[in-house]
Design a protein around this ligand. Structure first.
Ligand code: ADP
Ligand code: MG
Length: 246
């Protein structure tokens, strides 16, 4: 595979917040269709890393290429990348004053210029896929956390992204709602979506990840297929981390 065919390519990426060095020389390549799980201690830079991939944060050194487009300060490059990259956050970030259906129609209409009837069909199709279409006319506040997160996934999918980023999508949920969201993510993975997910759900990692990335103090300390990562972690810090969360 040539480099331009990578879904994501990070080369020597560094980021600072003021004097704090939060991403240190990150090298990471993700092939189309590949699923990566990103884990590591709190504050290790997981959110920053994935937020750099759609320019919610700006890196200061190194190169990030997403779907063949290098992320620079050029607004067109940022818009181009954001069109292809869907993101799901810990806090669902739905628009509270819009219905579930309207939440899903908004970006296709305004960003992709999809005609309204088509955007509506698309939204209903994806809401069906996350099994929540019967709630289409409700407002987010009337739904459970798990339902809201499934709407957030459907909303992202309505933009037909090539890559989906998840930042601890189940961390804010009551335990009984975690599985319904993971199930949606597993389905998406099976359909071949390129995924990068920050999660401490190691069952999910074992089930769908091609590789697990362990981030520690802004550095990729270890990266391996799940069998090797969980079965034979190489670094003491990885072992210590796994002992804490497993
Ligand atoms: P993680 O997601 O792994 O918990 P983050 O990427 O959120 O880690 O944070 C990495 C480091 O950057 C932490 O030390 C955090 O305090 C710091 N940080 C995160 N966001 C900001 C910000 N907007 N301004 C300053 N420091 C930040
Ligand atoms: Mg985080």
């Amino acid at each position: 595979m040539t480099q331009s065919e990578k879904a994501i390519r990070m080369v020597g990426v560094n980021k600072w917040y003021g004097a704090t060095h939060v991403l240190r020389d990150i090298h990471l390549e993700v092939a189309p269709g590949e699923k990566l799980v990103l884990c590591g201690p709190s504050g290790s830079g997981k959110s920053t890393l994935i937020r750099c991939l759609n320019r919610l944060e700006r890196h200061q050194a190194g190169t990030i290429v997403v779907d063949g487009v290098e992320l620079t300060d050029d607004v067109k490059s940022i818009e181009g990348v954001r069109r292809e990259v869907g993101m799901v956050f810990q806090q669902f970030n739905l628009f509270p004053h819009l219905s579930v259906l309207e939440n899903c129609m908004l970006a296709p209409i305004h960003v992709r210029k999809t005609p309204k009837p088509e955007a509506r069909d698309l939204a209903l199709r994806y809401l069906e896929r996350v099994r929540i279409v019967e709630q289409a006319d409700k407002h987010p506040g009337q739904l459970s956390g798990g339902q809201q997160q499934r709407v957030a996934i459907a909303r992202a999918l309505c933009m037909k992204p090539k890559i989906m980023l998840f930042d601890e999508p189940t961390s804010a949920l009551d335990p009984e709602m975690v599985q319904e969201v993971l199930d949606c993510m597993v389905e998406l993975a099976r359909e071949g979506m390129t995924m990068l997910a920050v999660t401490h759900e190691m069952g999910f990692a074992k089930q769908v990840a091609d590789r697990v990335v362990f981030l520690d103090q802004g550095q990729i300390l270890e990266i391996a297929p799940p069998e090797a990562f969980f079965g034979a972690p190489r670094h003491e810090r990885t072992k210590a981390f796994l002992q804490r969360i497993l």
